[in-house]
Design a protein around this ligand. Structure first.
Ligand SMILES: N[C@@H](CCC(=O)N[C@@H](CS)C(=O)NCC(=O)O)C(=O)O
Length: 238
């Protein structure tokens, strides 16, 4: 089997990893024991790199084309896929061993993603502000320009109120986990829902200041540091 190729985004952090969307296929590839290599792209060069490999553009809210990371190339099938959920869905169909959508749960986990993202939304201003700090200057400038189309500047407004909303969101997520009779969202059955949560937690851990991550990961009795550690272990990334 030839190695799959994952396009991820560079940062100035040791080991690079920070972006939640490329992290999702990375965790899945690793969980499924699939061989892969990573190509690291500057945030400001994503469109150039993705156009060059023939990836399809998506649309920004203003209707303009946007090329995004992650993209996966599978040389075994010739597939070139963008969008993290479409990539993991492809991986599940093409490499069904060690399922991430057990018991036909893909539709429900797609719905879970929307509900979960709504809990995180209030934190995007400070997540974006911190992410801009760990990118190289040209990428930070580009990142600030394009992400401010989603969350208008200034990102340091309502900081404390948004932290409170993020904590409230995690209380809701905690209630969801409490309804499960195992350590995963689907009881004792591991799934992409847990990977998704871990990838966002990883982004917070990598991008936020140390004391900010300590604050977040201590909520709900330390649940969030634990979920991240458990998922990393399950995906052979610990
Ligand atoms: N929903 C998409 C989002 C992908 C996405 O927006 N990626 C960002 C980086 S995390 C990107 O490449 N942005 C480029 C731009 O906005 O110009 C996914 O899950 O893959």
């Amino acid at each position: 089997m030839q190695s799959l190729v994952l396009y991820d985004i560079l940062s100035e952090l040791p080991g690079n990893n920070w972006s939640p969307n490329p992290a999702k296929p990375r965790f899945v590839l690793s969980y499924k024991d699939l061989p892969f290599v990573t190509i690291w792209v500057e945030y400001s060069d994503i469109s150039i790199a993705m156009k060059a490999i023939g990836s399809k553009p998506h649309k920004r809210p203003d209707g303009s084309d946007v090329y995004t990371s992650p993209v996966l190339i599978d040389p075994n099938t010739g597939a070139i896929i963008s969008n993290s959920f479409e990539i993991v869905s492809y991986l599940e169909k093409t490499y069904p061993e060690k399922p991430i959508f057990p018991h036909n749960s893909e539709p429900l986990i797609r719905a879970f993603e929307s509900a979960y993202l709504r809990l995180l939304q209030p934190s995007f201003n400070f997540l974006f502000a911190r992410a801009a700090e760990i990118l190289r200057p040209a990428s930070a400038k580009f990142f600030t320009k394009v992400r401010s189309m989603d969350v208008p500047l200034p990102w340091d407004e309502n900081w404390d109120a948004n932290w409170a909303l993020l904590e409230k969101g995690h209380n809701t997520l905690y209630e969801w986990y409490q309804k499960s009779d195992g350590k995963w969202i689907m009881g004792d059955t591991f799934s992409f829902a847990d990977i998704m949560v871990a990838c966002w937690l990883l982004a917070y851990k990598r991008v936020l200041k140390e004391d900010e991550w300590v604050r977040l990961s201590s909520w709900n009795g330390g649940k969030w540091a634990q979920v991240l550690a458990d998922v990393e272990k399950e995906c052979n990334l610990a």
